[in-house]
Design a protein around this ligand. Structure first.
Ligand SMILES: [Zn+2]
Length: 339
């Protein structure tokens, strides 16, 4: 992983035509500075922390090419450029044998990705932005939504520029948004599935609203229109368990998850809803929230070979990518919050 570059975007004509060539031009992780109409204030964007989540990068690239001038100065961090460029382009979350960059924003900032994260935090803090929007994609089909650690009007307003749902997370994963939560309003925006034109369009429209607004004063109607869910519990496959996606039990798999499971994202699943099938061997799931103990058997149950929900849940971030399911998590369970 190469070191952080700082690039002033003063001449738009130098920006290559395609997002891929733009990344090659950046050459590695980079902080872009784009002058706005009011040079006394700054807003921050980060994107491509995961190399397989290109909507934010595509949006920024197009906005720069189209001559978009932000209302205030923009500082933009483009993260996993090398992972994104390693062929096939936009297929890798991180470089092989490297950690997930968005799990590295907590001290100690020693090894390569953590050192990069530390430098990025220094740069962002130095810029003292009014807010930070960290643009991601999901690996499954989902409506767009925001994620953050604080439920207050500034965060809900930022989310309302992109989506109508907000996940209040109390997990501590080492993300960029966790690291900056008390310094300026910081939210993740999940724009929808990577590679879909609708996700790219949503990222661009939202960033144009965020960066084009004269001020970020929360608008009452927008804030009150956001559905807030919280207390996320990570649902994981136990190490060593063989997992498959399918429409029926897959021979040899300890657990088969419904291959259309991502269609349930953000939809309440009632008690008794089918999640998949079990082989009858050892219990293959574990699920932990902020308390840290395994609650997988409170959430799910075996009925014969069927794996079903044991209580009403809302699943989010459901993936049908086996690699993500095994290396990160299968999905999160959340519950409605507030009134
Ligand atoms: Zn991501």
């Amino acid at each position: 992983m190469s070191r952080l570059r700082a690039i002033e975007i003063d001449d738009r004509d130098r920006i290559p035509h395609t997002p891929e060539d733009f990344l090659r031009w950046l050459g590695g992780p980079a902080i872009l500075r784009v002058p706005g109409r009011d040079g006394a204030r700054t807003r921050a964007v980060s994107t491509l922390l995961h190399g397989n989540e290109p909507s934010g990068l595509r949006a920024l690239h197009r906005m720069l090419r189209e001559g978009f001038v932000p209302a205030v100065d923009l500082v933009a961090f483009i993260g996993s450029v090398e992972a994104a460029l390693s062929p096939p382009v936009f297929s890798r979350r991180a470089l092989p044998d490297h950690p997930d960059l968005n799990r590295c924003f907590a001290p100690p900032f020693e090894q390569a990705e953590r050192a990069l994260a530390g430098q990025v935090l220094d740069q962002l803090r130095g810029a003292a932005p009014e807010a930070l929007v960290d643009v991601h994609n999901t690996t499954g089909h989902t409506p767009p939504y925001g994620v953050g650690t604080i439920v207050a009007d500034p965060q809900l307003h930022l989310v309302s520029l992109f989506a109508s749902a907000y996940v209040h997370s109390d997990l501590r994963l080492g993300t960029l948004v966790e690291a900056t939560e008390h310094e300026f309003p910081s939210v993740v925006i999940e724009c929808g599935m990577a590679g879909e034109a609708a996700s790219d369009a949503l990222a661009k429209a939202g960033l144009e609203r965020y960066l084009g607004a004269g001020d970020l004063e929360p608008i009452r109607e927008a804030v009150s229109g956001i559905t807030v869910v919280g207390r996320p519990i990570r649902v994981n496959i136990r190490t060593g368990a063989r997992m498959a996606f399918g429409d029926a039990p897959v021979p040899g798999a300890d657990i088969t998850i419904r291959s259309d499971i991502d269609g349930e994202n953000f939809k309440p699943m009632p008690r008794g809803a089918v999640v998949g099938w079990l082989s009858g061997g050892a219990w293959p799931l574990w699920a932990v929230g902020v308390e840290g103990q395994d609650v997988s058997r409170d959430l799910f149950a075996a009925r014969g070979e069927i794996l079903e929900t044991r209580r009403d849940i809302i699943p989010i971030m459901m993936t049908t990518d086996p690699e993500i399911a095994l290396s990160d998590c299968l999905f999160y369970v959340v519950f409605p919050e507030g009134g």
